[in-house]
Design a binder for this molecule. Structure first.
Ligand SMILES: [Zn+2]
Ligand SMILES: [Zn+2]
Length: 148
């Protein structure tokens, strides 16, 4: 999916979420969302803040942090904890669903998708009567390089 298309879908989802929650739309939030999509990786609030400074130096840390929380609530982003000391955010729009396996030594990461795991998660949620809003399935290990 093209970045522009991804951005449009994300913006639409954000505005729907805001009107649902009776919150006001701000142009700052739209800039934050656009930059977040542009970065297109597992981004920390700090990395996003640094990238935003180039466009708008008036955007503070707290604003970036709150915007990311809002994107999670709106189903645009998900929160990931790779146990490296900072929470990361990843856009769920324009990306295939996937899980992560991370090397505890060098931080090397693989994104993988296993239908059986997806189905098992769906079954578990169903069994307990939950509707899934976010998935975070992360495996930690030692990568082939570090095992040598
Ligand atoms: Zn490694
Ligand atoms: Zn990922």
């Amino acid at each position: 999916m093209m970045k522009k298309e991804t951005k449009n879908i994300a913006l639409k989802r954000l505005s729907e979420h805001l009107s649902e929650k009776k919150l006001r739309a701000t142009s700052q939030r739209e800039i934050i969302l656009g930059t977040f999509i542009d970065l297109g990786r597992h981004t920390t609030a700090e990395e996003l803040y640094e990238a935003l400074k180039k466009f708008d130096s008036s955007i503070g840390h707290a604003t970036v942090y709150r915007a990311l929380r809002l994107f999670v609530d709106a189903g645009i982003a998900r929160e990931l904890n790779f146990n490296d000391g900072s929470v990361r955010y990843e856009s769920v729009i324009g990306k295939e669903p996937h899980d992560h396996i991370i090397c505890k030594k060098c931080g090397a990461m693989v994104e993988f998708l296993d239908e059986k795991i997806r189905e098992a998660q769906d079954e578990i949620a169903k069994k307990y009567g939950y509707s899934i809003k976010n998935r975070s399935h992360i495996l930690f290990g030692i990568c082939p390089k570090c095992r040598r």
